[in-house]
Write a protein that binds this ligand. Structure first.
Ligand code: GTP
Length: 364
């Protein structure tokens, strides 16, 4: 099935009490959310949030309260959505137009994105539209400093919604905005008060169908830029191994996190095998530390560029874009990482990019 035919999914994340349910209540009433399936994941035996969300019809809200989606009940996501999908088909209802998943406040969104990409049933019906993270303006700075989940939620998001803006002054708001821009320089930031926001600001944040405006999706210019080490001889096998060793990772913060993001650009078209070998090895060595990769890639011998989208070590099937999506022929890879130096990425690329004769006999 073509990517454009898959049903879009928005993951709504944000720390405990950041205002997810309040926002959801406004969203579900809007025409853009018609026929949407809303999945609410609550922590604990007695789920309450789902009762607070208005229901459009009997199928539109699925509650999952037996654990946290990111840890214990990933299989349940597929089963619950499948049941809702089949019930709608059985009852002759209109097909699901989109899905919105509200995570628990403590969830790491990466495993949820993994499930969407790797679960056979889900991956054949749904595509990730975007990750939207709510940050409580009143507590945001302290929450980001104290809780690694909150940093990861903000880092991985396509959009950041600063909520409870009625409770803070301009200075507090701009301090939070700056901190968020450091964690995630590309994500658009919007302010929300009491959940009042047009659904269009929440949905539609992903790679657009048919790849139009893919540059807007990538936002490559927002990141610090790194390129291959031109003119420097490719690293030896030994140098690569030591570069990838944990001891050479940059110092971690006291919470064990050092989230950083950068854009790696390659000026010339990339041979498909170089791309494959480089990403394969990168993901197998550092996959857990690579929170998200987005790329528009110009492949040698192909007129149409590809859009790549990966979460940790899992990649979504590449999407072919129109030639205009990469007018200058430059490939751009955006990496959002936790403790990975840009040099580890670029030097590994140099290794595979170098003429075969200059490489060590086998990859590290
Ligand atoms: N003052 C103010 N309060 C808000 C705003 N948005 C939400 N709240 C309140 O904040 C509290 C938490 O909001 P929820 O929407 O339940 O937050 P949540 O993210 O769903 O919470 P969890 O499910 O516990 O993670 C509620 O009492 C809301 O009424 C806002 O913009 N301003």
């Amino acid at each position: 099935m073509h990517d454009a035919d898959l049903t879009p999914v928005t993951v709504l994340t944000g720390f405990l009490g950041s205002g997810k349910t309040t926002l959801l209540n406004h969203l579900v009433r809007q025409p853009a959310m018609r026929d949407a399936l809303v999945v609410i994941n609550e922590f604990g035996d007695i789920g309450l949030d789902h009762r607070l969300v208005a229901k459009g019809d009997e199928h539109s809200v699925v509650e999952m309260s037996s654990g946290c989606l990111c840890c214990t009940i990933r299989g349940d996501l597929s089963r619950s959505v499948q049941q809702a999908w089949e019930a709608i088909e059985r009852d002759g209802g209109r097909p699901i137009s989109r899905m919105l998943i509200e995570t628990t406040g403590l969830a790491d969104p990466a495993p949820i994105l993994h499930t969407l990409m790797t679960d056979h049933w889900l991956a054949h019906r749904f595509r990730l539209d975007g990750v939207v993270c709510l940050v409580d303006a009143a507590n945001g700075v302290s929450t980001l400093n104290a809780h690694r989940e909150s940093q990861r939620q903000a880092a991985i998001a396509d959009r950041l919604l600063l909520t409870k803006t009625d409770l803070v002054d301009e200075e507090q708001l701009s301090r939070l905005a700056c901190q968020l821009a450091t964690i995630n320089p590309a994500a658009e930031q919007l302010q929300v008060c009491h959940g009042e926001l047009a659904a269009e600001h929440v949905i539609g944040g992903g790679l657009p169908a048919q790849g139009r405006r893919a540059d807007h999706w990538l936002r490559a210019a927002s990141y610090s830029q790194v390129s291959p080490a031109a003119g420097i001889s490719p690293p030896t096998q030994g140098a690569l191994v030591s570069m990838m060793a944990p001891a050479s990772y940059p110092t971690l913060t006291r919470h064990g996190e050092q989230i950083r993001s950068f854009c790696f650009t390659v000026e010339h078209p990339i041979e498909p095998e170089v791309l494959e070998d480089w990403l394969d090895l990168l993901m197998s060595l550092l996959g857990e530390k690579i929170l998200r990769v987005k790329a528009i890639v110009k492949i040698a011998g192909r007129e149409q560029p590809l859009a790549l989208h990966g979460v940790q070590n899992i990649f979504h099937p590449p999407v072919t874009l129109p030639a205009e999506a990469c007018p200058d022929g430059v490939s751009r890879f955006v990496f959002i990482t936790n403790g990975v130096a840009p040099e580890a990425v670029t030097r590994l690329f140099d290794y595979f990019q170098a003429p075969q004769a200059e490489q060590s006999p086998t990859p590290p």
